[in-house]
Design a protein around this ligand. Structure first.
Ligand SMILES: Nc1ncnc2c1ncn2[C@@H]1O[C@H](COP(=O)(O)OP(=O)(O)OP(=O)(O)O)[C@@H](O)[C@H]1O
Length: 366
């Protein structure tokens, strides 16, 4: 069994979601996870399972949009031999396989109405019967459902049962789109770069510099984390961030004629991040995370992050980084004349040589 993807995120909404997960994982109350496609609804469901006392038991997923009604019903509840044409032998359904574990109902908004009624009955009674059977089975599953649709709208349209909605929606976890939490982007980039570089060791892909990170943080990511993840995977083959950006769809709401800087600003403005209840505006938030990500591994869990973080260590890393750049800058200006550079930098010649060796600064080879 592959280990579940860790829930990466350092933005305020993601930290709140992580906190909520640790609280509700022990309760096993029904949960409804909402959010656009690719925001990480399944990752959240897996984290809930991993943190619960059901983690040793199964996490079973079923996509309610992927199967026609009759197949979905037999997948959920199982069937007896001869229950329908083609039912050559008895088969257990997901409700049985997920017993004492988690049943993750993905795309619940697409479940047909007749199956919604049956689902409601199971949730109320804790019992179900496989197709073609007159026997009732007790089930103890923790139901976590997810959707990218507005179920309230579907209730109004009478395509989703209100009573089922209230059964499922005991706890709601709404995951904001990635464009509304750009502070998570450096950590996600770091995590997926590390992951794919270990899978593609021959790749020449490099970490994004600050300009590229700025572009990544201001892009609108219509496909959310899945799209970002796919870009990084593609980077392993293309080895060029420019090529990745060339292939990104342009924001339909932004005029193509504007400069990329204008587009970035427009996207920021349209991202809803300037709302009064957000702790910092989008621009400063993403800039801050970008700077921090240069010195701190944001791809770890927040507990590990807080363990590792140390102002003293960061101060040293940051000052070394700036010192190295300044030394190279001055040496380049004076044609790599070290005595002149030492004078300009107001350090002894010996100190400069020591720093050059410490930072591995060497004159260019001609
Ligand atoms: N916070 C996160 N940390 C790490 N990986 C993430 C995160 N969010 C999403 N991903 C990755 O992005 C991809 C899409 O995530 P996931 O399948 O959970 O999204 P979803 O909201 O369930 O999408 P859909 O609505 O299309 O089913 C996955 O490969 C997942 O591992």
């Amino acid at each position: 069994m592959t280990s579940p993807t860790p829930l990466i995120g350092v933005s305020r909404p993601m930290l709140k979601i992580k906190e909520l997960i640790s609280h509700v994982a022990q309760t096993c109350l029904n949960i409804l996870i909402t959010g656009e496609t690719g925001v990480g609804k399944e990752v959240v469901a897996q984290s809930l399972h991993a943190e619960s006392n059901r983690s040793k038991n199964n996490f079973i997923k079923i996509n309610c949009a992927a199967l026609p009604e009759t197949l979905l019903e037999s997948e959920l509840y199982g069937y007896e031999k001869g229950a329908f044409t083609g039912a050559h032998k008895k088969r257990s359904g997901k409700f049985l396989t997920a017993d004492k574990g988690v049943l993750f109902l993905d795309e619940i908004g697409d479940m047909p109405l007749t199956l919604q009624s049956k689902m409601l009955h199971v949730l109320q009674s804790g019992e179900f019967s496989p197709l073609g059977s007159d026997q009732d089975f007790k089930t103890d599953v923790w139901i976590i459902a997810a959707t990218n649709q507005c179920l309230e709208e579907k209730i109004k349209d009478k395509t989703f049962r209100e009573d089922l909605f209230y059964r499922l929606n005991i706890i709601k976890i709404d995951i904001p789109p990635l464009r509304e939490r750009p502070e998570d982007i450096p950590a996600l980039v770091e995590y997926y770069l590390k992951k794919y570089l270990s899978e593609y060791p021959k790749s020449n892909a490099v970490k994004p510099d600050s300009q590229i990170m700025e572009r990544l943080c201001t892009y609108h990511w219509p496909g959310n984390v899945r799209q970002l993840q796919n870009c990084i995977k593609k980077l392993m083959v293309l080895n060029s961030w420019d090529k990745i950006f060339e292939e990104l769809p342009i924001d339909a709401n932004t005029p193509e004629t504007s400069s990329s800087e204008d587009r970035s600003q427009a996207k920021l403005a349209g991202s809803g991040m300037h709302s009064p209840d957000y702790p910092f505006d989008n621009d400063s938030g993403s800039r801050r995370m970008k700077i921090i990500s240069e010195f701190v591994d944001l791809s770890t869990s927040s507990e590990k992050l807080f363990e590792d973080i140390s102002l003293k260590k960061i101060k040293k890393l940051a000052s070394d980084k700036v010192e190295k750049e300044v030394i190279i800058f001055v040496l380049e200006k004076v044609g790599w004349n070290r005595s002149k550079a030492a004078k300009i930098l107001k350090v002894s010649y010996k100190t400069l040589l020591y720093k050059m060796s410490e930072f591995n600064v060497n004159p260019p080879m001609n």
